[in-house]
Design a protein around this ligand. Structure first.
Ligand code: SAH
Length: 347
């Protein structure tokens, strides 16, 4: 079956041509897909015969809502969606002053194995299709009834391990006749896949690249993030510099503060030096405790001392506000909960 919703209007035109259909239908279909239409019958300007032909050959992707948690503290919404094959993924809708932001997943599971992360526990199941990622944005918008203006690809999965589908998703969601979300309102977060970062730089997309650094030295980073064993911090920073030089877009470092692991003064000094050297912005994130993991968030005093060092180095940083603390909003946790429930059910 053809995944019709993963096609850009030009591709839909080609597809329709191969079915002997006029190309103006492509625009109509794309517009219906972007409004969340789930069947051809509801498309008032699409002839019945064409609808029948298309449904025999292809499908309109959609997501089924499995669970929705709304934070009583800040209105953050955490969605658990079921995909066509029964797999589940998470999307988080956060409310900021600059607009509603969704944090979307790019894969079912993840193969990267970061030591503190819940998403990677069961390994990688499969990549998400462009239409599945698009639907995370679209269905969050439809369910909440509020316009989504920003996207962060920081949910379950490593987006640069699903490169082609993620690029296609970006072009779909950015399309003026689709959801029309500006590239400058989109951030993509990676654990540091160098080839992917170099390829992304060449796409000239104007998105923000966030790099999960989490430690400025190889010894600590390799313990936390297996990806660092293939390519160390120096190589990673060089790739960040190449990205910045090519795109003019400032890199953003994510740094989840873990008690006694990456929160020392000497690590703060090194981080500050790296960030100022390449003009990167640092996002300090309080670690979210994950049941299966032994790590604890950094202590308040350590955070303060860490920030003082960063300031003294002239580094640009912010401490990320914790949203949705009461709704399992740390990525991968809701899906993990469902897996555990399913396992218990099978016993
Ligand atoms: N694979 C991508 C994007 C998904 S994770 C990446 O590695 O960047 C999004 C961010 O959340 C990453 O910075 C990741 O390291 C961080 N993260 C994962 N688990 C976390 C936890 N328990 N507490 C705090 N941050 C976490």
């Amino acid at each position: 079956m053809t995944d019709l919703k993963s096609m850009l209007p030009q591709e839909l035109e080609e597809y329709l041509k191969s079915l002997g259909q006029p190309k103006f239908r492509a625009k109509q279909l794309f517009s219906w897909f972007s409004k969340g239409a789930q069947s051809f019958e509801e498309m008032s300007n699409i002839p019945k015969a064409l609808g029948e032909k298309l449904s025999a050959e292809g499908y309109i992707n959609s997501l089924k809502l499995l669970n929705k948690q709304v934070s009583a503290i800040d209105g953050t919404i955490k969605y658990l969606w079921e995909l066509r094959d029964g797999n589940a993924i998470e999307t988080v809708l956060m409310r900021y002053d600059h607009g509603n932001t969704v944090c979307i997943s790019s894969q079912v599971g993840c193969r990267q194995g970061c030591a503190f992360c819940a998403s990677t526990i069961g390994g990688l199941v499969r990549n998400l299709t462009p239409s599945e990622m698009l639907d995370e944005v679209l269905f969050s918008q439809l369910d909440s009834g509020e316009r989504i203006s920003n996207i962060v690809i920081m949910g379950i999965g490593e987006p640069l391990d699903n490169y082609d589908n993620v690029i296609k998703f970006l072009r779909l969601v950015n399309h003026p006749e689709g959801l029309n979300i500006g590239m400058r309102h989109i951030s993509l977060s990676t654990c540091g896949i160098i080839e992917g970062m170099d390829a992304l730089a060449k796409e000239d997309l104007q998105i923000t690249l966030a790099v999960s650094l989490h430690a400025p030295d190889d010894e600590t980073r390799s313990k936390l993030m297996p990806a660092n064993r293939h390519c160390g911090v120096d190589e990673l920073i060089k790739a960040c510099k190449r990205y910045f030089d090519r795109t003019g877009r400032r890199i953003s470092f994510e740094y989840s503060m873990i008690d006694g692991v990456n929160d020392s003064v000497s690590q703060a000094e090194k981080l500050g030096e790296i960030a100022t050297k390449i003009g990167a912005h640092i996002n300090l994130i309080p670690l979210n405790h994950v049941e299966e993991r032994e790590f604890a968030p950094t202590k308040k005093d350590n955070l303060k001392a860490f920030c003082r060092v960063l300031e003294s180095k002239g580094a640009n940083f912010t401490i990320r506000r914790k949203l949705g603390g009461d709704v399992d909003a740390s990525c991968g946790q809701l899906r993990r909960k469902r897996e555990k429930e399913q396992m218990r059910g099978e016993k």
